[in-house]
Design a protein around this ligand. Structure first.
Ligand code: 4AD
Ligand code: MG
Length: 431
């Protein structure tokens, strides 16, 4: 008999199969027991008819406890009444592992309780659906950058550099010297772009930010493309194509997961329409002022400002050319406006905030050296990075997508912690 995963049920209709499952819930009456099951690939129902199985199996079915693991054998049937579309007429049950009283019951649980039990909560349908979408976003990311001719160049996690400023660095010891956990792979991707033209990295990044918001993780994953011989305008086109590609692939491949999460597909479809609007930082400040926000030119936007700006558009919106003083040292100065840099943040609709930060990079050695000094960084640590401006410096641009921010937006979840299997938050490193 063939062992299958229920996700492939459509290929096995009317066949007798064997599936490894856990029990999520059950109900029974005199002659029938309905087992709510999951096999890791989907949630479905097993039907045990008293007349169809031995007496022992029927008694066993009625006594199974939540999360008992077992082999079931039976015949797959199409069932238009079930959400999943298929169910299994159970003929035999073999218990593999008994289950103690399972802490997560079908009743509502508080956030802290669920976070303490994240290792078990992942089995539930909602986090399961979110992780299915996370997986699709990662798969589609590789597909997109491969089809666009990018080479994946992995950046180190332990570094001596601080591309995004020194305030939120995770310090560690590296034998007899200091090191930090990577805030961003960007500087290494720039080296990669000079060797491979178009590159990207995908890896964990760390920010010791003392912020406890629904957008901040301490450890998050970033996708960082970097393109040689490319100015910012072309980079923005790649960014919007990439985001639209992610959303379209989630729509195409994750219908069930989106339904579990209650995410409206027509809303998502709007986000596949290109181009995305572009406004300058200057315009953004004006829009905010006219609508009663107390902002002066030069400040960085907080969550209320970003939400307001995004609400003015139906798609994600690029905010271009922020003040130099509030952006990273490596950004290229605007040729005619010395007080701004050539950069863009992409703000997601519906209050999800910045999902991409990117810029054109400074190409001039002396300018960059000066910026490093002005940012309080040690030029010795950046001497390799400065080398990239000594040997055939070219215009180049790149960006970083925060994976969990993007997933939170696409899934419509209300907190970024839901977008990663084991979130690291200000006060949480367990489990
Ligand atoms: O804007 P950031 O800091 O940009 C960089 O790190 C650049 N070096 C990227 C590049 O150009 N290669 O971070 C990029 C993105 C943000 O737009 C946001 O989506 C996400 O990373 N991000 C976070 N996500 C979750 N928790 C945090 N604490 C985050 N900080 C940034
Ligand atoms: Mg940013």
């Amino acid at each position: 008999m063939q062992q299958i995963n229920i996700i492939n049920a459509k290929d096995h209709v009317d066949e007798k199969v064997k599936i490894g499952v856990w029990l999520t819930n059950k109900r029974s009456s005199g002659k029938i027991a309905f087992l709510q099951l999951r096999d890791g690939t989907a949630f479905f129902q097993g039907v045990v008819l008293k007349n169809n199985v031995s007496e022992e199996v029927f008694e066993l079915a009625k006594e199974l406890r939540q999360e008992t693991s077992m082999w079931i054998t039976g015949v797959i049937h199409e069932d238009s009444r079930s959400k999943f579309g298929y169910e299994i007429a159970v003929e035999d049950i073999e218990v593999i592992g008994e289950s103690e009283d399972y802490p997560i019951t079908p009743k509502e649980h508080g956030v802290d309780f669920l976070m303490d039990h994240r290792h078990l909560w992942l089995r539930s349908s909602r986090p399961h659906a979110t992780m299915v979408i996370r997986n699709e976003v990662i798969r589609a990311t590789y597909e997109f950058f491969n089809k666009e001719g990018f080479t994946k160049i992995d950046a180190p996690i332990l570094t001596g550099s601080a591309p995004e400023g020194t305030t939120d660095l995770f310090h560690t010891e590296y034998f007899d010297r200091d090191a930090y956990l990577s805030q961003s792979g960007q500087l290494y991707e720039e080296a990669g772009a000079m060797a491979f033209d178009k590159v990207f990295s995908f890896g964990p990044t760390f920010r010791a930010e003392k912020s406890k918001t629904r957008r901040h993780l301490i450890e998050f994953w970033m996708i960082e493309p970097e393109m040689a011989f490319m100015h910012q305008e072309q980079s923005l086109e790649i960014q919007e194509q990439y985001i639209a590609f992610l959303v379209q692939n989630v729509i195409d491949h994750c219908k069930d997961a989106l339904e579990v999460l209650g995410r409206d597909i027509d809303t998502l479809k709007q986000y596949t329409q290109l181009p995305y609007p572009r406004i300058s930082y200057d315009e953004a400040v004006e829009m905010l002022k006219q609508n009663g926000f107390d902002v002066d030119w030069g400040v960085d936007f907080g969550s209320p400002e970003e939400t307001f700006l995004a609400d003015q558009f139906k798609q994600p919106v690029f905010v271009l050319n922020y003040p130099k003083a509030i952006k990273a040292f490596y950004m290229k100065e605007h040729p005619t406006r010395k007080d701004v840099v050539i950069c863009a943040d992409l703000l997601a609709p519906e209050g999800y905030g910045e999902i991409i930060g990117g810029s054109e990079r400074a190409t001039d050695y002396d300018y960059l050296y000066d910026q490093i000094i002005k940012s309080g960084l040690d030029p010795k640590e950046y001497s390799w990075y400065l080398d990239l401006r000594k040997y055939g410096s070219v215009p180049h641009s790149g960006f970083g997508l925060g994976l969990e921010r993007a997933i939170t937006w696409i899934t419509g979840e209300d907190h970024v912690r839901e977008a990663i299997p084991f979130p690291r938050l200000l006060n949480r490193i367990y489990p």
